[in-house]
Design a protein around this ligand. Sequence first.
Ligand SMILES: [Zn+2]
Length: 399
Amino acid sequence: MIVKYGLPQKVIFCKECVQSNQRPGTSPEFVKKNLIVPTAEFDENGVCLTCKYFKQKKKIDWILREKKLCELLDKHRRTDGRFDVIVPGSGGKDSIYVAHILKYKYNMNPLTVTWAPHIYTDIGKKNFYNWLNAGFDNILITPNPKVHKTLTKKAFLNLLNPFQPFIIGQKNAAPRIALQFDVPLIMYGENQAESHVTSEDDLTSPLMKSEHFSTKNPNDEIFLSGVSEKQLYSEDNISKNDLLFYRPLPLEKIKKKKIEIHFFSHYYNWSPQKNYYYSKQQTGFETNEDGRSEGTYTKFSSLDDRIDGIHYYTMFIKFGQGRATSDACRDIRDGLITREEGVNLVKKYDGEFPKKYFSEILNYINLSKEKFWERINLARSEHLWEYKNEKWKLKHIVS
Ligand SMILES: [Zn+2]
């Protein structure tokens, strides 16, 4: 049997949420070289590390954490007309929440920074401008679409991860603007641990490690879409000049300017549902007009990019767990639904094909339907999928 992506052959589901042991974590190495890193461990009772983290979260003294936040903001607050904090985001509920609280509760002067979606949805664009209308300056970085499409297509074909170039560019956008405007404090919304704990570090640090958004040496080669930049030059008619926004800053510069990325979720008891109600009230944030997003039962997450559905679908093909699983895990851990309800929602919605923007996305990356499905089916690992009665079926479903 061929087990792909270094996944564990034996499929186990968490006893408390609906997560399996098939979802790998990300690490700087993963981002640089597209390696899959070991999957999160389960403890001796069959409970995933993320569920354990959510139990620990209940014991956190949030008043103390807020005090720490105030100290951090006091250290950075400026009254001389310059920006004092960068809030990266797209105008989704989470970035609205963070920027709004920093400005109106803590009197900071945020600059919001947006790495443009591949193709905006109508609702995403509306939410984005409603966010800014609530009183924010914004720098919108739109990567060269010719280059971005090429990278996205290549990432789909090489990694079955069309989102990878977007994520790399997004990660490096805020530090670049921070350097330019001399704003050392960057405030992200949620820490990785909120959705997927892969190491103990995720739990305790308010900071993103600088290795996630910098290179050791200015001349370090970068890896994108599954290949080195040199390969992009020779295979795709891409030049060094085309890759500036995908290139992390050298560590030396990050250190010299003391640029730090903090997670707001470290200081505030993070809740996507709470962020949704807050942003709806403060900026008129709107949810998916179809009532829910394809592949899941929720309506308020990842709404701005027409490629989102395909991104979650590729995750479902590679790891057997899709968008509904992610949402159900979160809601179970937050006590909003029971595990049983979560199981039913996964059975009903996980892996639903995102057909709404499918043709448009194929057009965007210049790929035929046949090639798309050929690549999808090549990506199925034998330990997860079987072909029966002319249909692909998952071998293991949460119960
Ligand atoms: Zn769990």
